[in-house]
Design a protein around this ligand. Structure first.
Ligand code: NAD
Length: 357
């Protein structure tokens, strides 16, 4: 029997507008094919919301988010803020606040390598083949939310973690490791940072509840190096907000492009699904952005928020088939890709929809 769900779509800024349209179309097609009833509402956030209301996360968007069963988000950001550190109202405040308000403390980033994209990465295919990593990045603590100060020519951001914040994400990561290869690597900088020493201590305690999962602790500098040297050694990786931000962008090179990676932010209520990339001012409005990260975000939404595993796999398969047919957006094309197989956003999205039928 079909399910009935309410989905909030927040396209945001720049290419967020262009790619999220395709994530939504994929959800509509799945609903039609499997006789589910998905109703959609739309919200504004980021630069578009500042322009319209002066607030990067208007109350109306937050209220709609609380009422929905899942949220499909695009990206926020505008060039005018990137070079103006003095701007008090900024697009990213909307994103940080919605994560905090909805209690989205765990960011899951599966690094899934499609075989046909082995050549798109700058890492050698023999090192990449078989890599399959699931990152858990803590999302509501760390320097992003600690006290910020500016005194004349000095500035500081407080890196702060509480025991409960580490415990709850560690448990989520261990539970996921149990459904995979039962290996968990916790990344920190415990040789230097007190916040990391607490992190490691708590993960060591939680590890005792999961004796069937092999635990490894690694310093962030080593992890950054091992990720490129031998990505296959990782199964589940759990880390703090700052280290996770950097490591997962690095890991996007394993998948070939930022335009290929989806993420899920979850807590104890509604799930929030988004590509890992930003609003990409350099290509916004040109119709060339890769829509696959948004489409794969829709697949994660079906799986994690709605428990629709078959439908989620169907979307991933449609992406896989499209890549096997040789179609590429500019970011994942290479010198061997024939010109007429290099597609824009809408043509690529259309191919995936055809392969979903
Ligand atoms: P970005 O992720 O927007 O872009 C980085 C590079 O990857 C660019 O060259 C871009 O063209 C390319 N790229 C990204 N997504 C792509 C796609 N789908 N298809 C093809 N190429 C793609 O990061 P940035 O340039 O550092 O930041 C741009 C803006 O986005 C900034 O204002 C930043 O604050 C914001 N940002 C937002 C988020 C978010 O909304 N979650 C995340 C990161 C950055």
């Amino acid at each position: 029997m079909g399910v009935t769900k309410q989905i909030l779509v927040i396209p945001g800024d720049g290419i967020g507008q262009e790619v999220t349209a395709w994530g939504k179309k994929v959800l509509e097609t799945i609903a039609e094919n499997y006789r589910h009833t998905f109703s959609f509402d739309e919200g504004i956030m980021g630069h578009v919301a500042i322009e319209a209301t002066g607030n990067p996360l208007p109350d109306e968007t937050l209220a709609k988010a609380r009422r929905s069963d899942a949220i499909l988000f695009g990206a926020i950001g505008h060039a005018k803020y990137d070079n103006d550190p003095t701007a008090k109202v900024r697009p990213e405040q909307g994103l940080l606040r919605i994560r905090k308000e909805l209690g989205l403390y765990a960011n899951l980033r599966p690094i899934k390598l499609f075989d046909d994209l082995l050549q798109a990465s700058s890492i050698k295919p023999e090192i990449l083949q078989g890599a399959d990593i699931l990152f858990f990045r803590e999302l509501t603590g760390d320097v992003y939310f600690g006290e910020k100060q500016r005194n004349g020519d000095s500035a500081s951001d407080l890196m702060i973690y509480h025991r409960y914040e580490v415990e709850r994400i560690a448990r989520k990561a261990y539970e996921a490791a149990r459904t995979r290869r039962r290996k968990l690597c916790s990344v920190d900088k415990a040789n230097v940072l007190e916040a990391s020493r607490l992190w490691r201590e708590v993960v060591q305690e939680v590890a005792k509840e999961y004796p069937d999962v092999e635990t490894e602790h690694m310093f962030i500098d080593n992890a950054a190096m091992q990720l490129i040297k031998d990505p296959k050694r990782f199964d589940v990786v759990v880390t703090g907000n700052l280290f996770g931000d950097i490591l997962t962008d690095e890991a996007s090179q394993i998948a070939g492009s930022m335009g290929m990676l989806a993420s899920a932010s979850v807590g104890d209520t509604v799930g929030f699904y988004e590509p890992i990339h930003g609003s990409a001012h350099d290509i916004a409005g040109k119709g060339i952005a890769n829509p696959l990260a948004s489409i794969l975000s829709a697949a994660l939404l079906l799986d994690i928020s709605f428990g629709l595993k078959e439908e989620s796999q169907r979307v991933i398969k449609a992406v896989d088939v499209t890549l096997r047919q040789g179609f590429r957006t500019m970011d994942i094309a290479n010198k061997h890709t024939p010109n007429d197989f290099v597609l824009g956003t809408d043509a690529m999205g259309t191919k995936v929809l055809e392969n979903l039928q």
